[in-house]
Design a protein around this ligand. Structure first.
Ligand code: NAP
Length: 325
């Protein structure tokens, strides 16, 4: 039996149930990992609330990001051996002392990346990696807007975009978050709960607006985010922390300047093993060199997963959160 946090019925944070569960032995192509830490992500809330159905139905163990040590191999696994240090983004199952996952979703950890760091960054850091280098190639001198700049994705994004030479503009909910975003490489912060963020982006960029807007807020910042783009700019809608964007007429992209829009997800970008490894290596390189630091600003015991969700959804966190089994 291992300690785990399960969801028996979808709902609010209170449905996260700490209990002992029996894990199956790893099947063909799977590995069993003794976890050292699990990351907490907004997507965990979507699964918990039922907005995303869990692939195996109910009940399921929550959590999609983790790191630990391989303890057992299923048939046919040759890339790993017991004792290997690994990290992964892999379907629900990470809020547990141990988990079983497909070996082809795990990545070996370089010696200079710790377990907690890895558990906090695999989903968020690889997302930033593909957003900045693949969805749109951010280059030196570009004006880039990131919504929720002090969040888990946000603080990693600000450091990385700054390092690429972009002019980084970020929205945040409080003055403390603004300070934190600036300390992490965001050049200009906007208090979007008090200020008109579109007007501020116009002012900050001297009317030139942005080449690209990265928006994980969804409903509350749409269509304002489109108005922050220059003609032919790219709208990257990669999350819905405030709710899903309502259906809209695509002609809006024409009237606002022949804009491009995309709704990417890490699952697609890292679907092939070679892409997963390439994106993870990009992340390991910037973290290993110290250019990007992983800000773990909240640590919770595994049994306190419900509090971790309340804090995340209640906008009370900054940077990354992890659970410790
Ligand atoms: N597409 C992908 O591949 C992908 C991968 C990973 C994550 N994501 C998405 O990226 C987003 C960020 O994820 P994260 O785990 O790093 O979370 P996070 O950004 O640390 O937390 C969400 C932040 O959004 C802001 N926010 C604005 N309106 C909100 C509302 N109504 N309710 C809650 N928060 C609100 C809050 O910051 P302020 O107080 O500063 O406003 C809050 O701290 C999520 O939407 C997630 O689904 C997408």
């Amino acid at each position: 039996m291992v300690a785990a946090v399960r969801v028996h019925k979808v709902g609010g944070p209170e449905v996260l149930t700490y209990e002992d569960v029996t894990l199956p032995a790893p099947g063909p192509g799977q590995i069993r990992v003794k976890q050292h830490a699990a990351g907490v992500n907004f997507v965990d809330c979507y699964f918990r609330a039922g907005a995303y159905p869990a692939p195996g139905g109910l009940p399921f163990i929550a959590g999609n990001e983790g790191a630990g040590e391989v303890v057992e191999l299923g048939a046919g696994v040759s890339e790993f051996k017991p004792g290997d240090r690994v990290a992964y983004v892999s379907g629900p199952g990470c809020y547990a002392a141990e988990r079983v996952l497909p070996a082809d979703r795990a990545v070996k950890l370089p010696a200079n990346i710790g377990y907690e760091q890895a558990a906090a960054m695999m989903l968020k850091g690889m997302t930033v990696a593909y957003l900045l280098r693949r969805t749109f190639k951010v280059e030196k001198g570009m004006n880039v807007l990131i919504q929720a700049a002090a969040g888990g994705i946000g603080l990693i994004f600000c450091q990385w975009a700054n390092q690429l030479g972009a002019n980084v503009i970020g929205t945040v909910g409080t003055k403390e978050k603004a300070e934190l975003a600036r300390a992490n490489g965001c050049h200009h912060t906007i208090l979007y709960r008090d200020e008109d963020f579109v007007a501020r982006v116009k002012e900050i960029t001297g009317g030139r607006l942005c080449e690209v807007v990265y928006d994980s807020i969804g409903k509350a910042t749409f269509p304002g985010s489109l108005d922050c783009l220059r003609p032919l700019g790219m709208f990257v809608s990669f999350g819905a922390s405030s709710g899903q964007i309502d259906a809209f007429n695509i002609n809006l992209l024409q009237t606002k300047g022949s804009l491009f829009a995309t709704r990417p997800t890490l699952n697609t970008y890292a679907a092939k093993r070679e892409d997963l490894l390439a994106i993870a290596n990009d992340l390991f390189a910037v973290v290993g060199s110290g250019a990007v630091k992983i800000p773990i600003n909240q640590k919770y015991a595994l049994r306190d997963a419900a509090k971790a969700h309340r804090d995340l959804e209640g906008r009370a966190t900054t940077g990354c959160s992890i659970l410790l089994p």
